[in-house]
Write a protein that binds this ligand. Structure first.
Ligand SMILES: Nc1nc2c(ncn2[C@@H]2O[C@H](COP(=O)(O)OP(=O)(O)OP(=O)(O)O)[C@@H](O)[C@H]2O)c(=O)[nH]1
Ligand SMILES: [Mg+2]
Length: 291
């Protein structure tokens, strides 16, 4: 029987009350907070390094950040149209222009070659290169060689990195849709990377991309992100297996096929970016005191 006497639909078991909040309505305030960010010491530049598997969405995240900050769609970092082979090969520092020409935000994001799933040797080389990058030894435009690590006599090896050359926050970019079937070997490599960064006392954050692929409700409306039990379960699994605490794991939907910006997509990118900047800034202040 329909109409008056029908019972309400059963609740979606994969969907519930929000388990984390995002300030959806106030994108301008979030944008202003990023615009107002200044490192405490003059001349300092906060360096954020993205790493992760091939095709996880690292370069797309850089473009997404650029797009939100510029208020228009940008494609500064080249993005692959498939996720099969590593697309980004060079170590590249991205600066973000602020209010017109020649002024830049005091933070940069570094893009690097993605880690491959299949080859043990390549993964080892990747971890070694990453370690060198964290310490500021990799110069911009270095082309990664999956067969051998950057050596000390290479012209792209920076022998004397300064505070600005060092990485201040490490971001693991994770394709949310692949976590459920992530290879043990990859999880081990991610665990090793986390340990390396922890040895340097470096803050670490993970960002889950492609949440629209993982969860159709998020694809429908990005505001559903932190209501999705599927996403929460996926993050918890990853947190347990890689050792990154839940409160350091965030979700973003990158701009990947859109032609226009969306306020909610922007708000989620900005809230994630703010958390990354805050974590990195704590570390920057700490090493400045030690210098
Ligand atoms: N649906 C969806 N697709 C995405 C998202 N982020 C990235 N993509 C797509 O995923 C593919 C790989 O993205 P990239 O940004 O090139 O990934 P990457 O991590 O830089 O890859 P490498 O440079 O090869 O290491 C591209 O086709 C993107 O359009 C997202 O949030 N949602
Ligand atoms: Mg890339």
């Amino acid at each position: 029987m329909g109409g008056w006497f029908s019972s309400p639909p059963p609740p979606d078991p994969l969907f519930g009350d929000p388990w984390r909040t995002v300030n959806w309505g106030d994108k301008q305030k979030a944008l202003q907070d990023v615009k107002d960010y200044e490192p405490r010491t003059e001349g300092r530049q906060l360096r954020i390094l993205l790493h992760g598997l091939v095709g996880a969405g690292k370069s797309s995240f850089i473009n997404s950040v650029q797009s939100v900050l510029q208020g228009r769609m940008c494609t500064k970092a080249l993005v692959a149209n498939t996720s099969h082979s590593s697309f980004t090969k060079k170590y590249t520092t991205y600066q973000f222009e602020k209010d017109g020409l020649d002024t830049f935000y005091p933070f940069v994001i570094n893009d690097m070659m993605g880690m491959t799933n299949s080859n043990y040797r390549n993964r080892k080389v990747h971890v070694k290169d990453l370690k060198r990058a964290l310490k500021g030894h990799v110069k911009d435009s270095y082309t990664f060689n999956p067969e051998s690590k950057l050596t000390k006599d290479d012209p792209y090896y920076n022998n004397a990195p300064n505070v600005n050359d060092k990485v201040h926050v490490l971001v693991s970019v994770i394709d949310a849709d692949t976590v459920a079937r992530m290879d043990d070997k990859v999880l081990t490599a991610l665990w090793e990377i986390r340990e390396e960064a922890s040895d340097l006392e470096l803050p670490q954050v993970a960002i889950f991309t492609k949440i629209d692929v993982l969860c159709p409700e998020i694809k429908k409306d990005v505001r559903n992100v932190y209501k999705s039990k599927e996403l929460k379960k996926t993050m918890e699994k990853f947190s347990k297996e890689v050792g990154i605490p839940m409160n350091c794991i965030f979700a973003v939907k990158n701009y990947h096929e859109e032609v226009k910006l969306n306020n909610d997509t922007d708000a989620l990118i900005l809230s994630t970016l703010s958390c990354i900047i805050n974590s990195g800034n704590d570390f920057l202040q700490m090493i400045d005191v030690e210098e």
